[in-house]
Structures are given as structure tokens and as C-alpha cells.
Design a protein around this ligand. Structure first.
Ligand code: CAA
Length: 290
């Protein structure tokens, strides 16, 4: 039978995207957030994204309606007792994640697999606080999960081979591609991405080229769908700053350290698409103005 019922903790951009991918693949999905307005916003995100997928002709209206019907929202982790797999996608704060897993550990039976969608924290640090460190792994999706086909399946030193196999099977059933890696900070993609994004910000600080020229160069010269500064705006200046700090703490490698401009933008509230201003300006629908 394998995994049938999925629980997702956190109904933000990542949680709602992961919920949508699971629901489209036919899983029964329960998503928890701490306030009803966040649950409502998550449901609206899924509805809007499914409408785009239908418009693209990749799903029929009936398939999208069925997928929406498979996602339920809740405010209570106590409702997660019947879940086979729980994916945590709350803020990147270790104590917040530990608190979630502590409560889930009391609510869920021993067979439930726990996974964190963290992009920067160490999996074993969360796993070790639960009674199931062998059934605990990283499951790292990329933003937006609906469009990005990769999932990093992260094997902590405590994770069993059976857990990794169950997660490989799950990711395959999502129609995504899983790559297995160890619990090394940044896993594969962010370990490469963070120094690259930092370098782009430093080039801007040094006046090597304008933001527009840096992004154009990468899009046309490397065929990336977004330039590095556009990508920081898209994923969030605050998140990139935070992740770079965690990486620098771990590796003490100056290429990982967040550039001063990123910190200043964060302090100013210039967080990218979500606040309407980052390296570029955006309207309320997130469309580029400048
Ligand atoms: N839901 C549904 N459909 C979506 C969508 C969403 N959230 N976002 C885009 N689409 C669809 C659009 O409807 C459109 O469909 P059609 O072509 O059929 O019309 C298609 O995708 C293309 O979208 P756009 O024309 O709006 O823009 P685009 O071509 O630039 O694609 C993108 C958007 C997929 C986000 C693309 O720009 C991209 O791949 N960008 C790079 C994203 C990336 O690198 N993500 C990783 C970030 S790092 C990370 O996540 C790790 C971490 O830990 C921080």
C-alpha cells in the first residue's frame, strides 16, 4: 500500500505547492496552519495555481476540482494521527520545527514517517528530538513545487534505508524526480546556489553591471529561466539572507556569507515580490513593474 495519507504542516507558498502536487497525484492531504486566515490563503493559492494549470491544458477542470477536494485544512496537529507521511514546511526556525515534531511525535503512530522541507537546517538535529529518528528524513521541494520537478531526499545518519525507499516511491508517485543525498548543509542544489546568488549581489555592489544586465546575461548566456537577482526577489530577500547566514555559520566559507546589500535590503523591508520591492518593483499581483 505504501503512503496514502499525507499531512503538511504550514500552508505558505511551499506548503500549499506541496499540497497541490500531492493532491493532483491522488493523495489524501491534510494541511495545518496556525490561523484560519492562513488556511484560507493557502486554499486560495491552490485554487489560483490549479486555474493556471487548467488554462495551460495540463489538467481538465474536473481533475482540478477533484484535486481541490482531496485537500483539507485544519488548525490542529492533533488531527494528524492517521497520516502515513508528514511533511513540515513551517518557518526556517529550528525551535519552531522542533516544537511541531515534538507534538506530532505524541499524536502519530510509530509507522508515520516525518520529513522536513527545510532548505538550510540539519535534519538529524530535528530527528534526534523525536522517538523515530530512523523514520525521519529531509524532503526538499523547490519553489514553485508545482513547476519544479526535483525533490532532494535527505538521508540523515539516523535515517533507515526503508524510509528512503518509501520516500523514493512517494516522490515517483508525485511525478517528480527524487535525488538522494546526505544531510550536509545545503544538500546539493542550495550548496551550489547560495555562493552563486551571493556573487551576483556582490557584482551589483561592485558596479560590475546593473541588476537588469546581470540577469539578462545569465538568462541568455546560461539559459536559466530567471537571472540570479530575479530569483532572489522571487524566493525572498529575507529567506536568501537567512539561508546564507546558516551556511556561513556551518562552513565558515566567505563565499557563503550574505553580502551587506542583502542585509540592508532586508532591514528596509525590500524583500522582493512579496513586498512589492526588491532588486525590482512589482505590482500587487507580483508582476514586474520595472
Ligand atoms: N502554478 C501553476 N502554474 C504555474 C505556476 C504556478 N505557481 N508558475 C508558473 N506556472 C506556469 C504558467 O501558467 C505558465 O504556463 P504556460 O506556459 O502553459 O502558459 C508557465 O508556468 C510559465 O510561467 P510564466 O510564463 O509565468 O513564467 P516563466 O516561464 O518564467 O516560468 C517559473 C515561471 C516556472 C517560476 C520559471 O521562471 C522558473 O523555473 N524559474 C526558476 C525557479 C527556480 O529556480 N526555483 C528554485 C528556487 S531555489 C529553491 O526553491 C530552493 C530553496 O530552498 C530556496
Amino acid at each position: 500500500m505504501g503512503i496514502q495519507k499525507v499531512g503538511i504542516v504550514g500552508f505558505g507558498a511551499m506548503g500549499s505547492g506541496i499540497a497541490q502536487v500531492c493532491a493532483v497525484a491522488g493523495f489524501d492531504v491534510l494541511v495545518r496552519d496556525v490561523e484560519q486566515r492562513f488556511v484560507d490563503r493557502g486554499n486560495e493559492r491552490i485554487a489560483a495555481s490549479l486555474a493556471r494549470v487548467v488554462k495551460s491544458g495540463k489538467l481538465t477542470e474536473a481533475e482540478a476540482t477533484a484535486a481541490r477536494g482531496r485537500v483539507k485544512g485544519t488548525l490542529a496537529l492533533a488531527d494528524f494521527g492517521d497520516r502515513d507521511l508528514i511533511i513540515e514546511a513551517v518557518v526556517e526556525v529550528l525551535d519552531a520545527k522542533k516544537e511541531v515534531f515534538g507534538e506530532l511525535d505524541r499524536v502519530c503512530g510509530p509507522a508515520t514517517i516525518f520529513a522536513s522541507n527545510t532548505s538550510s537546517l540539519t535534519i538529524v538535529e530535528m530527528a534526534a528530538t523525536t522517538k523515530r529518528p530512523d523514520r525521519f528524513a529531509g524532503l526538499h521541494f523547490f519553489n514553485p513545487p508545482v513547476m519544479m520537478p526535483l525533490v532532494e531526499i535527505v538521508k540523515a545518519i539516523t535515517t533507515s534505508d526503508a524510509t528512503i525507499e518509501a520516500l523514493r516511491d512517494f516522490v515517483q508517485r508525485l511525478g517528480h524526480t527524487g535525488v538522494v543525498c546526505t544531510d550536509s548543509t545545503g544538500f546539493i542544489v542550495n550548496r551550489l546556489l547560495v555562493p552563486y546568488l551571493n556573487s551576483a549581489v556582490r557584482m551589483l555592489e561592485l558596479g560590475v553591471a546593473s541588476a537588469e544586465e546581470i540577469d539578462q546575461a545569465v538568462k541568455l548566456g546560461l539559459r536559466h529561466p530567471m537571472g540570479p537577482l530575479e530569483l532572489i526577489d522571487y524566493t525572498g530577500v529575507d529567506i536568501n539572507y537567512h539561508v546564507a547566514n546558516v551556511f556561513f555559520e556551518e562552513f565558515k566559507d566567505p563565499t557563503m556569507a550574505p553580502p551587506p546589500l542583502l542585509r540592508r535590503m532586508m532591514l528596509a523591508g525590500h524583500l522582493g515580490v512579496k513586498t512589492g520591492k526588491g532588486f525590482y518593483e512589482y505590482d500587487e499581483k507580483g508582476k514586474r513593474k520595472t
